[in-house]
Design a protein around this ligand. Structure first.
Ligand code: GLC
Length: 609
C-alpha cells in the first residue's frame, strides 16, 4: 500500500510536465519532402526524419509537427489527401511512422501531425462515393447545380453557382460530369471542400483524429480552419450568394483578393467544430497521460483569431499567431516590434497560451522577409517570449529562399498564375527547398544521382548546418544557446516586460522572484548603442552573456553591469542576471515548494518506517 502511494506520488509529479509540456513547447515544423531523403529518390521521407531526430533532441526541440505525410497525388504537396489513414508511399510505411514515433518518444520529442479537415483530395474514396451519390457520402462535399445564364447573343448557358474564387485563383467551383453538378474547392481543383453541415462528415473527421491519437501522437496542427464553412444557401433563397468586390486596384475576377470573403471564411459555425475537436483530444489525456496540443491555422483579424482559444465554457485551440510574419518587415522599428508583441499579449484571453511563429512552408523565409541581419533577433524573440515557439525547418541556421525556375515549379499557387515571368511572386517553392545539412552534393539532403524534387538552394556550400556547428559563432550556436536558456524558470514562467528604448533598441525581460532573470537585447540598427537598463528596477545589476548572436561583440561568458551595456550593430544577445530579489509572490512560491517537500518527506517516512 505504502509503495503504491509512493508510486502514485511519483506518477503525479511526472504527469505535471506531461500535462503542461505544451504551454512552453518549442515546436519544430518539418516539411517531410525537404528534410532528409533516406532512399535516394530525391524526396524526403519518414526514415530520413527518424535519422535526424538526435539532431533535434540535441538542439532542444520539444515536439515536431510534420506537414502532411498521408497518401496523396501531391497536387498541393500532400494537402490533397486521398486517405487520411495511409502513409504516402514516397514517405514510407505505417511501420516507418510507428518507428518514428517510438524513436521520438525515446528522445523526449513529441510528434504532432497536420490535420487537413477543410478538403480531401479528389482521389479520395469518399469523393468517388459522393460523386456516385452513395449514402452516407452523398452530401460529404459542397455540391450545387449551376445557374442558368444568357449571353449577349441570347444563348442560354450554365455558369457556376456563385462568383467565388479559389485561394489559388480562378473559380472555386468545378463541374463534375459524373455527378452532373459543381463542387466547391477553395484551393486546387483536386481539393474538393468537405461539407461541415453534414453530421457524417463531422463524425468521420473526429474518427480521423482518434485514429492517430490511438497511435500515440501528441496533437495536431489544423490546416486552413477558417475555411470550413460557407454560407448556408437555405438562408439565401436556396443559392450560394455572390461575394462583394474588394475594390483592390489592379486585380481581376480570377484573383482571390478580388472579392471580400464574407461567405467563405471565418463563419461563426467554425468555432464550435474546433471546440468539439478539443473535446476529442481531451478524451486521451487520462488514458495516455499527456495533454494533446491543438493549433489552428487561420489568417484572419486578431479578434476572430482569438475566438479559437475558446469561450467561458468551452476549451479551444491555440490559434497560430502570424503577426511576426505579417506585421514585421525589414524596416520595422523597435517601437513597432514591441507593439506587435504587446498586441497579442493584450488581446489573448487571460490564462491562455501565447505563441510565436517565425516561418512556415507557405511564407518566404525569415532571412528574406526581415533581412539576414535580423535572423538572430527574431529567433531569439520567439524563443524568449511566453508560450509556444514554432520554428520552421532551416530557420535555426538562417536558410534563405532558393531559386526555382518556372520549369521546376511545383506549387499550384504559382502554376495557376500561368505566368512564366511573374510566377515567383506567388510561389512557395523557394521556401520549401531541401534542408542544408552540409556542403556535400545535394546539401547532404539526398544521395540521389538524379534531381531532387525541388532544386537545392545555391548557397548551401557555405550556409549549412555542419559549417555552422563547426564555426565558433553561427546562427545555429546562438539558436541552441537561447533554447538551452529557454528551459530556465524565468523564461518558462517569469513576468514579461517589453521595452523599446529607442527606434532600434528592443529589450525583452523575463523575471521571476528567486530565480536568475533573463533578458534579450536587440539592436536593429547598424551602429553600436550603449544601453542603460537601470529603469528595470527589479533587474539585478550584474549580468552575464549567455547567448551571443553572429553580429555581437559581447561574447558568451562576458560579465556586465546593467547601467551600461554596449550593444553592437545588428546584435541580438541574451543576458542572465543575478537572482531577482524576494517579494511577497516569491514567499508564496517558496511556501508552496516547502509544503510539497514536507508532503514528500511524509510519504517517504510512512513508506520506509
Ligand atoms: C494551408 C497550408 C497550405 C495549403 C493550404 C490548402 O494554408 O498551409 O500549404 O496549400 O492550406 O490545404
Amino acid at each position: 500500500m505504502r509503495v503504491l502511494i509512493l508510486l502514485l506520488a511519483v506518477a503525479a509529479t511526472a504527469s505535471v510536465s506531461d500535462l503542461d509540456w505544451w504551454k512552453t513547447a518549442l515546436i519544430y515544423q518539418i516539411y517531410p519532402r525537404s528534410f532528409k531523403d533516406s532512399n535516394a529518390d530525391g524526396i524526403g521521407d519518414l526514415n530520413g526524419i527518424t535519422e535526424k531526430l538526435p539532431y533535434l533532441a540535441e538542439t532542444g526541440v520539444d515536439a515536431i509537427w510534420m506537414s502532411p505525410i498521408y497518401k496523396s497525388p501531391m497536387y498541393d504537396a500532400g494537402y490533397d489527401i486521398t486517405d487520411y489513414r495511409q502513409i504516402q508511399d514516397e514517405y514510407g510505411t505505417m511501420a516507418d511512422f510507428e518507428k518514428l514515433v517510438s524513436v521520438s518518444k525515446s528522445l523526449g520529442i513529441r510528434v504532432v501531425l497536420d490535420f487537413v479537415p477543410n478538403h480531401t483530395g479528389n482521389e479520395s474514396e469518399w469523393f468517388s462515393k459522393s460523386i456516385a451519390r452513395e449514402a452516407p457520402y452523398t452530401d460529404y462535399y459542397v455540391w450545387s447545380d449551376g445557374l442558368n445564364a444568357t449571353d449577349e447573343n441570347g444563348t442560354v448557358y450554365t455558369k457556376p453557382p456563385s462568383n467565388w474564387v479559389s485561394n489559388f485563383r480562378k473559380s472555386a467551383w468545378e463541374f463534375h460530369e459524373g455527378r452532373g453538378q459543381y463542387y466547391l474547392h477553395q484551393f486546387v481543383i483536386g481539393q474538393p471542400d468537405l461539407n461541415y453541415r453534414s453530421d457524417s462528415v463531422q463524425a468521420a473527421m473526429k474518427d480521423v483524429l482518434r485514429f492517430w491519437l490511438d497511435k500515440g501522437v501528441s496533437g495536431f496542427r489544423v490546416d486552413a480552419v477558417n475555411k470550413l464553412y460557407e454560407a448556408d444557401p437555405s438562408k439565401y433563397g436556396g443559392v450560394y450568394p455572390d461575394e462583394p468586390l474588394s475594390g483592390i486596384a489592379g486585380l481581376g475576377p480570377d484573383d482571390y483578393e478580388y472579392l471580400r470573403h464574407i461567405y467563405t471564411e471565418n463563419l461563426d459555425e467554425t468555432y464550435d467544430v474546433v471546440y468539439n475537436w478539443r473535446d476529442v483530444l481531451d478524451e486521451y489525456i487520462n488514458s495516455q497521460g499527456e495533454y494533446k496540443i491543438l493549433m489552428t491555422e487561420a489568417y484572419a483579424d486578431l479578434q476572430l483569431m482569438i475566438k479559437y482559444y475558446g469561450t467561458k465554457t468551452r476549451n479551444g485551440s491555440i490559434p497560430f499567431n502570424f503577426s511576426f510574419l505579417g506585421d514585421i518587415t525589414k524596416n520595422s522599428t523597435a517601437w513597432e516590434i514591441k507593439t506587435v508583441i504587446d498586441k497579442w499579449m493584450t488581446y489573448m484571453p487571460s490564462g491562455k497560451v501565447a505563441n510565436w511563429v517565425n516561418g512556415n512552408h507557405d511564407q518566404s523565409r525569415l532571412a528574406n522577409r526581415q533581412g539576414e541581419d535580423r535572423v538572430d533577433a527574431m529567433n531569439m524573440l520567439a524563443l524568449i517570449l511566453p508560450g509556444v515557439a514554432i520554428t520552421y525547418q532551416g530557420e535555426e541556421i538562417g536558410m534563405t529562399d532558393g531559386y526555382v525556375s518556372w520549369n521546376d515549379t511545383q506549387d499550384p499557387q504559382a502554376c495557376n498564375t500561368d505566368d512564366p515571368i511573374n510566377y515567383y511572386k506567388k510561389s512557395r517553392d523557394p521556401n520549401r527547398t531541401p534542408y542544408h545539412w552540409d556542403s556535400s552534393a545535394n546539401a547532404g539532403f539526398s544521395n540521389t544521382t538524379g534531381a531532387t524534387w525541388l532544386p537545392v538552394a545555391d548557397n548551401y556550400r557555405t550556409l549549412n548546418l555542419a559549417a555552422q556547428m563547426a564555426a565558433q559563432k553561427s546562427h545555429y550556436h546562438f539558436y541552441k544557446d537561447v533554447v538551452t536558456n529557454r528551459k530556465t524558470p524565468a523564461i518558462q514562467e517569469g513576468d514579461l516586460d517589453t521595452r523599446a528604448l529607442s527606434e532600434s533598441l528592443l529589450v525583452v525581460t523575463r523575471l521571476l522572484p528567486g530565480e536568475a532573470g533573463m533578458l534579450g537585447v536587440v539592436n536593429l540598427g547598424a551602429d553600436t548603442q550603449t544601453v542603460d537598463l537601470t529603469s528595470l528596477k527589479l533587474l539585478p545589476a550584474d549580468l552575464e552573456v549567455v547567448a551571443s548572436g553572429v553580429d555581437c561583440t559581447l561574447e558568451k561568458g562576458a560579465t556586465l553591469t546593467k547601467s551600461s551595456v554596449a550593444v553592437s550593430g545588428h546584435c541580438a544577445v541574451l543576458l542572465r542576471s543575478g537572482v531577482v530579489s524576494y517579494s511577497a509572490a516569491h514567499a508564496q512560491r517558496l511556501a508552496y515548494h516547502l509544503l510539497l517537500l514536507a508532503l514528500a518527506c511524509c510519504i517517504l517516512s510512512t513508506t520506509f518506517i
